[in-house]
Design a binder for this molecule. Structure first.
Ligand SMILES: [Zn+2]
Length: 255
C-alpha cells in the first residue's frame, strides 16, 4: 500500500487519528491534488508527494503543520514528509529556466531539465550553522532570542553560510556578529534537514574563549548565559537546537 504526502502550503494532510493517507491509489478525488511525485519507498511501500489544490475534503482529513507532524508521525515518515515538502516547494519555484526562461520539466525524481537549452538543476538547500557555546567548564550555555522567533523562547546562535565560507568560518563569524564573543574548540555535533522551506542545518559545540557579551540588536531581542538550574523556555524537540541544548543539559559540555 502506498503512502501519500499531500501538502497545502506547509500543512500536511493526515487522518483525524494522525495517520498518512494510504492505499493502492490516491484516496483523494483526482481534482483535489496536483500530479503525484515519487519519493523513496518506506519499508517497501511506494511513497508519493503532491500539492493539494483544495481543502474542502470533509471530516475524513485534517491539515497539520509540518513542524507539528514531528510529534505525530514516526521519525522516518516525518523525514520523508520534509523531503516531500522541500521537493514540492522547489518544483513550485523552478518552473522556468534561470538561463533562457524556457519551461523546466522533471528529468529524474530529484532533478529537472530545461526544455529549451537542456540545463539541468537539482534542489540546493541553503546551508546554515547552529552552535552551542558553553563557558565555566561547561556549567553555562549561551542562549539568544532571534527577532524571527514567534514565541518567547531562547535558542542558539545560528546563521546562513555565505558564499566562499567554510562551515567553521561561518560559526566564528556568526558568534562574533551576534554576540561579539570569540570561541574555541569548535566541534561538529550533527546535521539536520530543516524543510522550512529548504535548509541544511549543521550543528556545532564550542567553548567561550574571550570577549564581553554585546548583542547584535538588529538580529536579537535578548541573550545571555544560563546554567542548568535557571533555564528559560527552549526550542521544541523537532529542532537541532533542542538536541544540542539537551546534549548539554544531560551533562555533556563542549570541552
Ligand atoms: Zn534553459
Amino acid at each position: 500500500m502506498n503512502y501519500y504526502f499531500f501538502f497545502y502550503s506547509d500543512n500536511l494532510l493526515l487522518s483525524p487519528n494522525g495517520e498518512l493517507p494510504r492505499g493502492d491509489v490516491s484516496p483523494l478525488p483526482a481534482d483535489a491534488t496536483g500530479p503525484l511525485r515519487p519519493l523513496p519507498a518506506h519499508e517497501g511501500c511506494p511513497c508519493f508527494a503532491a500539492q493539494l489544490l483544495r481543502t474542502d475534503l470533509g471530516d475524513a482529513w485534517q491539515l497539520v503543520g509540518l513542524r507539528n507532524s514531528f510529534s505525530i508521525l514516526p521519525a522516518p515518515l516525518y523525514r520523508l514528509a520534509g523531503k516531500a515538502r522541500e521537493l514540492l516547494h522547489w518544483h513550485s519555484t523552478t518552473r522556468y529556466c534561470g538561463v533562457c526562461g524556457g519551461p523546466m520539466e522533471w528529468h529524474t525524481d530529484i532533478s529537472k531539465r530545461c526544455t529549451h537549452c537542456g540545463r539541468e538543476i537539482w534542489p540546493s538547500p541553503a546551508a546554515a550553522v547552529i552552535v552551542a557555546v558553553t563557558r565555566n567548564e561547561g556549567r553555562e550555555i549561551l542562549l539568544v532570542q532571534s527577532k524571527n522567533f514567534k514565541r518567547d523562547y531562547m535558542g542558539l546562535v545560528a546563521g546562513f553560510v555565505e558564499t566562499g565560507e567554510t562551515l567553521e568560518e561561518t560559526v566564528h563569524r556568526e558568534v562574533w556578529e551576534e554576540t561579539h564573543l570569540h570561541i574555541r574548540n569548535l566541534r561538529y555535533f550533527a546535521s539536520q534537514p530543516w524543510p522550512f522551506p529548504s535548509v541544511l542545518m549543521v550543528g556545532f559545540t564550542a567553548e567561550y574563549a574571550d570577549g564581553t557579551l554585546e548583542l547584535q540588536r538588529s538580529e536579537l531581542k535578548k541573550g545571555g548565559w544560563f546554567d542548568r538550574d535557571h533555564m528559560p523556555e527552549i526550542p521544541g524537540r523537532v529542532s537541532l537546537a533542542r538536541r544540542l541544548i539537551d546534549h548539554w543539559l544531560n551533562g555533556n559540555d563542549s570541552r
